[in-house]
Each structure stands twice: as C-alpha cells, then as structure tokens.
Design a protein around this ligand. Structure first.
Ligand SMILES: NC(=O)c1ccc[n+]([C@@H]2O[C@H](COP(=O)([O-])OP(=O)(O)OC[C@H]3O[C@@H](n4cnc5c(N)ncnc54)[C@H](OP(=O)(O)O)[C@@H]3O)[C@@H](O)[C@H]2O)c1
Length: 284
C-alpha cells in the first residue's frame, strides 16, 4: 500500500544520515509510533513504512505525510508478520536504514488474581512487547546490515527499571527488551547496525491515557509528550545514542532503583506508588 510523494519536507535535518532514510515504524497507528512517523517524515528524502493492525489509521497517516509512505497492516504476533514486513520493504523501498520497534501494549493485572492475572497475561504481554520485536528484528537484520550504517530503536519503558504492583508482566517484558537491546548493541557494532533503547516515562496516548495522572495536579508534572518521545527516537536512531529516557528526569528513578534499592522498594509499596499503576485501554 502506498501514497505518492506529496510536498517536500520543510524542516532541516536534526541529524545527518549517511544515505536516504528508509524507516520502518511499528505501532504507527496511534500514540508514540504515529508521533515518531510524523517526526521522521521531516527528514529530507525520508521514506516511511508504517506497521500496525488498524489499516484505516495507517492509510490516513500515510496520506497526511509529506514524504513517500507505505504501510503494512499486520498483527505483529502472527507467524507470517515479520516476513510480510520484510518483503514489503524490499519490494517498495529496497533496504531499510532504520527499524523502530515501538508497537506494544500493557495489560495490568496482579499475578494470581482471578481476572487474567496468571501466566496467560505474562504470555500475551511477552508476545507483543518482546517476542514480536525479536522476530521482526531477526527478519530485517540481514537487510539492515546490508544497508549499514543503519539503526534499530527499541521502545522499552522506564517500567523496565522500576516495577509497580499490577505491572509485573509489562515490566518483565520491557526489562527483557531493554537487556536484549544492550546485548544486541554490542553484537551489531561490528556490522554497523546501531541499536538504541528509548525508555519513556508516563506519556498520555490512546493506549496509555494516564487518566489518573492527567487529572491530578501533581501527576500532571510527571507527564511527557509523544513529540518528546519522537525526538528521543530520532536521537537514539539517527543520532546513534545508546539510551534515552524521556522525559530525561525518569533516568533518576531508574538510577535510584540500583543506587538505593531498599528506598525504591519502600516507595513502591506506598499508596502513592500504587496510584501510579495507571489503567491502559488493553486492561480487562
Ligand atoms: N505511553 C506511555 O506512557 C508509554 C510509556 C512507556 C513505554 N511505552 C511504550 O511505547 C509504545 C507505544 O505505546 P503508546 O503509548 O503509543 O500506545 P498506543 O497508543 O496504544 O499505541 C500502541 C501501538 O502498537 C500497535 N500494536 C499493538 N498491538 C499490536 C499488534 N499485536 N500488532 C501490531 N501492532 C500492534 C497499535 O496499533 P493497532 O492497535 O492498530 O495494531 C498502536 O499503533 C509501546 O511499546 C508502549 O509499551 C508507552
């Protein structure tokens, strides 16, 4: 699926990619992925591939971007999804130079609770937040190596570093992703494929509305923006930064987890911390 080139991109590049940018953005039908696609479309000569399940969202976004944009409507947990994305990119654009693994979901539940709180919840969370990322990366890696210098950006979460009640499955999936990303970065350096990790804090989006914080005077001050995350994705991808917390202040929470673990445990057990287990649209 594709739209023709529209008006040329007006913005000056924030970075200087070695060749034409061919960016694959997963989870581009809403929230952070949509913001990342809009931001990447400002890079001169960019070509964008949007991936998510809701095709009508992807086609509408493609039509609104000022650069050549195509899309693949796919559930990334399906067996054939990685090959479908790879074959589409090859046929429509050639080699990808940037893969943004952003698609993800959070299903809040306490482990052992009667409402979806057991292994099945961990399985479905790992399936989209970790397994799907690994599988798509595996499918595109030979082409990313062939296109080097190229980049992969994995969108994990500050929840990869600090866990809260009800977010065990989500934190486990994002921690797995963050540590896998660290290993892959070292492994792929020799191939010229940079691997960056973006760790957002609370950012109101369709999937993660953060209503509890949006409606609280104090909570509001903790919120980031999709545009801020999009900028962090550009820095980690085109700017080849290894790791970006966004907003940056969330790096302090992550550092405290390791510098003051007893304090972090105490704080996370308080009612104030429980209030930070915000509801998501995927919650049952
Ligand atoms: N917002 C936050 O506070 C926050 C904080 C830390 C990390 N994150 C992470 O940031 C990423 C983006 O989240 P968001 O806030 O932008 O949430 P969102 O608005 O719900 O967007 C999630 C995106 O992932 C796609 N997606 C979900 N399941 C999929 C599947 N099985 N196959 C293909 N695509 C799928 C969705 O598209 P379709 O429904 O059309 O498939 C959507 O485009 C996620 O990985 C999330 O864990 C978010």
């Amino acid at each position: 699926m594709s739209t023709p080139d529209a008006a040329p991109a007006p913005a000056a590049p924030a970075t200087a990619p070695a060749g034409p940018l061919v960016a694959v953005v997963t989870g581009a039908s809403s929230g952070l992925g949509e913001a990342a696609a809009r931001r990447l479309a400002r890079e001169p000569g960019a070509r964008i591939v949007l991936v998510a399940r809701r095709e009508e969202r992807l086609s509408a976004l493609a039509a609104s971007l000022p650069v050549t944009t195509t899309w693949v409507a796919a559930d990334l947990t399906d067996d054939d999804a990685p090959a479908r994305v790879r074959d589409h990119v090859r046929a429509e654009h050639g080699l990808p130079t940037l893969l943004v693994n952003n698609a993800g979901a959070g299903f809040r539940a306490r482990f052992g609770s009667e409402t979806n709180g057991g292994w099945e919840n961990v399985r479905r969370t790992m399936a989209i937040n970790f397994d799907a990322v690994v599988r798509l990366t595996e499918a595109l890696l030979p082409d990313l190596r062939a296109a080097a210098p190229s980049s992969i950006v994995n969108v994990s979460s500050t929840a990869a570093r600090v866990s809260r009640p009800g977010t065990g499955a989500y934190s486990a999936s994002k921690a797995a992703l963050a540590l896998w990303t660290d290993a892959l970065r070292i492994e792929e350096a020799v191939h010229g494929v940079h691997v960056g990790n973006v760790l957002p804090g609370f950012v109101p989006t369709e999937g993660f509305p953060q209503t509890e914080l949006v409606n609280s005077r104090l909570g509001k001050r903790l919120l980031g923006t999709p545009e801020g995350v999009a900028e962090a994705i550009v820095e980690a991808g085109l700017g080849r930064k290894p790791e970006r917390y966004t907003p940056k202040v969330y790096g302090i929470a992550a550092a405290l987890r390791y510098a003051a673990p007893a304090l972090t445990r105490r704080v996370m057990g308080t009612d104030a911390a429980k209030a930070m287990t915000t509801k998501t649209v995927s919650d049952d």
